[in-house]
Design a protein around this ligand. Structure first.
Ligand code: GDP
Length: 475
């Protein structure tokens, strides 16, 4: 949302020159017809003792935002995702944790794979997302849902840091999620945990015992060694993050998994993030809606309520929602109405899709103050050229635009790269590599700008020109 200096002056009943002067005081040089963002307008209006409100959309009018009072927040369990290279033991670790530490107070119940589960340790709960890997994590993020509080990075002690280890690190960092390293397979004779720690320093993950601030725990998913300690460390990091939510309000959360069940109809596993979800609640969920008919927990038990960080299977939705969809409890009539509005909106959007960030309109967005950081993903055929290209691109940063390379790696441009680009509003630069067919399709659908080059200089020149507003639109 933006407003021009002139419009703001009119609204505030002030001389535009006065506004421009105040803007200068904030370090912003703006001409009379230039647009400024809503936050800036807000600060400025406050200086004139005026409170501004952004205009609400029809949907926002219907869905009253609930602001939680600090006083009503209570600690909630952390939500953890396990990531790492293939075969380093993600699934084994999730299984081992599930077996050794099932919340056992209410006896009975066989563990069910519903997409997430909770364990209890020293009276405290931890929620694990049952789909390991950064792909699912970033796919959700691309849809606007942030579910993970802590990432456990699994690195096999006999294999060390591998390409997907690096991807996982970059995906977690792009999401701003703290990383705990589980150095797995330490039972193996050729395990070398120190080599793993050494390799990780290259990615700014320095073990605490080496003077850094990354917790690294040697574990074995096979023997169970270190798992207790890993769980304790997760709780420690959670405690430092002061994770909290208000359980006494209408629930809100995210869909983790969904499917169509023959007998029960649409079934969605949701993670409650705020409030308490109850059987009988009406929920708006992505494009669909429904009334919660029944809820089942991770041990197959029927439950009546689900509190923050609690995963439950929900029955009663009209349609199958998508993983990453956000749900919230609202009045039934509003749920129906907004769901219909969203379906309409989606149809309209599909008819007129526009690019998110492309090099071509980058300059325009910089001018309008929309882009202050340019996120890039760099893929190439050899490590040497990727490094050279990355270094040169980083040097293009100016006072107005900071260039970030959020991920780089050897190999073709994959679907995961495109998802990360979508989640982080990034542009993908391929050097002597191309997107695979899935990635190309995904990029087309999501309108992610993928640029392919064979000459390093040309890539740098394009980004530089775009930042300066000189780029000719690509034909
Ligand atoms: P994922 O691809 O990361 O999910 O890895 P998996 O959990 O499927 O494990 C890959 C292989 O490593 C399997 O054959 C596991 O049995 C084995 N594995 C996993 N953890 C350990 C461990 O701690 N010690 C040993 N010796 N093998 C393990």
């Amino acid at each position: 949302e933006t407003i021009t200096v002139r419009e703001l002056a009119e609204k505030l009943n002030r001389n535009p020159a006065e506004i421009m002067k105040k803007l200068m005081g904030l370090g912003i040089m703006a001409a009379i017809n230039q647009t400024i963002d809503f936050e800036t307008a807000e600060i400025l209006a406050a200086e004139f003792d005026v409170a501004v409100e952004s205009e609400k959309t029809e949907e926002e009018e219907l869905l009253q935002e609930i602001v939680d009072d600090e006083a009503n927040l209570v600690p909630r369990p952390p939500v953890v995702t396990v990531m790492g290279h293939v075969d380093h033991g993600k699934t084994s670790l999730l299984d081992a944790i599930r077996k050794t530490n099932v919340v056992s107070s209410e006896a009975g119940g066989i563990t069910q794979h519903i997409g997430a589960y909770q364990v209890e340790i020293e009276g405290e709960k931890i929620t694990f997302i049952d789909t390991p890997g950064h792909e699912a994590f970033t796919a959700m993020r691309a849809r606007g849902a942030q579910v993970t509080d802590i990432a456990v990075l699994v690195v096999a002690a006999d294999d060390g840091v591998m390409p997907q280890t690096v991807e996982a690190i970059n995906h977690a960092k792009a999401a701003g999620v703290p990383i705990i390293v589980a150095i797995n397979k330490v039972d193996k004779p050729d395990a070398n945990p120190d080599r793993v720690k050494q390799q990780l320093t290259e990615y700014n993950l320095v073990a605490e015992e080496w003077g850094g601030d990354t917790i690294m725990v040697p574990v074995s998913a096979k023997t169970g060694k270190g798992i207790q300690q890993l769980l304790e460390m997760i709780l420690l990091v959670a405690e430092m993050r002061e994770l909290a939510a208000n359980p006494n309000r209408p629930a809100e959360g995210v869909v983790i998994e969904s499917r169509l069940d023959k007998g029960r109809g649409p079934v969605a596993t949701v993670l409650v993030q705020k409030g308490t979800l109850r059987v009988g609640d009406s929920i708006l969920c992505g494009l669909t809606w429904g009334k919660v008919r029944a809820m089942v927990d991770d041990r197959g038990q029927r439950v009546e309520t689900a509190e923050p960080s609690c995963p439950v299977e929900v029955v009663g939705l009209e349609e199958v929602p998508m993983a990453g969809d956000i749900f919230r409890v609202v009045d039934e009539k509003i749920a129906k109405q907004v769901s219909a509005m969203r379906l309409d909106e989606k149809k309209r959007e599909e008819q007129a899709k526009t690019a998110r960030v492309s090099l071509d309109d980058l300059f325009k967005q910089i001018k309008e103050g929309e882009v202050k950081e340019l996120n890039l993903i760099v893929k190439g055929d050899v490590q040497g050229s990727i490094e050279a290209l990355t270094q040169s691109l980083l040097r293009l940063s100016t006072d107005e635009v900071k260039v970030n390379v959020i991920h780089s790696g050897v190999g073709a441009i994959t679907e995961t790269d495109v998802m990360l680009a979508s989640a982080s509003k990034a542009i993908i630069i391929g050097f002597n590599v191309r997107p695979d067919s899935k990635a190309r399709k995904y990029a087309e659908n999501e309108h992610i700008d993928v640029r392919l080059y064979r000459v390093i200089y040309e890539a740098i020149d394009d980004v530089k020109k775009a930042m300066g507003g000189l780029l000719e639109p690509e034909l």
